[in-house]
Write a protein that binds this ligand. Structure first.
Ligand SMILES: [Zn+2]
Length: 249
């Protein structure tokens, strides 16, 4: 096999395309996870919101309790004062204050009553949601575990390929490797392509000038396609299909 078959570069390209496919496979799991986990996530967020609301109501309940206690204490003191009033004017003042505090106390109590009623409903709702969440999680867990295992396997494949690529690349001519990497840097899958039988670039199918064709077939220097920039390799007669370079899109 001649140097011009660019066998090593083509092998590298084959590896890199396998790596690109493996990367795509790994990221392809993301939407699958999202789909599987979505119903539980929706419930989880509802549970969270409901729990927060209940927490806020408890704070409000506590505030009302303090307010009720305060007013009861005030009423007690007013009762004591009522026993020691010295004239009608003082009695009228104490009575007026007593009425006012009593009304405020009734308001607080009514508010607390309504609040406790609402809290009971929210607690029921929270219980329902928590149960539904547990159910949803139990339901998707096997599928999630399956996806996790598949993704781990895909990641392991990817790591193996990357290690293989790294080892392989150390044996290549650094200049060629740099050029190859540069061509692929923009995300192109093909950096090296074989000449077709009729002397065209195997990537863009632009005709390659005769003199360059000869250089590619018999020379040693590295030639790139003037139209698309790929490194051109001599066709490998042993590979009937033209190999990886022609098979990859
Ligand atoms: Zn080309």
């Amino acid at each position: 096999m001649t140097e011009q078959a660019r066998t090593a570069l083509k092998q590298l390209q084959h590896l890199d395309n396998q790596i690109a496919d493996a990367e795509e496979k790994v990221t392809g799991f993301d939407p699958q996870f999202a789909e599987v986990e979505e119903p539980a996530l929706v419930l989880e967020s509802e549970v969270e919101t409901t729990r927060k609301r209940l927490q806020e109501m408890k704070v409000e309940e506590r505030r009302l309790e303090v307010s009720v206690d305060e007013k009861r204490t005030r009423l007690k003191r007013l009762e004591e004062r009522m026993g020691s009033v010295r004239n009608l004017r003082e009695e009228a003042a104490v009575t007026a204050e007593n009425d006012m505090v009593k009304r405020a106390l009734q308001n607080d109590e009514q508010e607390a009553f309504t609040l406790i009623d609402q809290m009971r409903k929210i607690e029921d709702r929270l219980k329902e949601l928590t149960e539904a969440l547990a159910e949803a999680e139990a339901l998707v867990e096997p599928r999630r575990q399956e996806l996790l295992a598949d993704r781990e396997a895909a990641k392991a494949d990817l790591e193996r390929l990357r290690a293989e690529r790294e080892a392989f690349a150390t044996d290549l001519d650094p200049r060629e490797l740099r050029l190859y990497d540069g061509i692929r840097a923009g995300g192109r899958r093909r950096a090296v392509a074989e000449l077709t039988a009729d002397g065209a670039c195997g990537n863009c199918f632009g005709m390659v000038p005769l003199q360059l064709q000869n250089e590619i077939r018999h020379g040693t220097s590295l030639i790139r396609c003037e139209a698309c920039g790929v490194i051109l390799a001599a066709p490998n007669p042993e590979e009937s299909t033209g190999g990886e370079a022609a098979a990859q899109g």
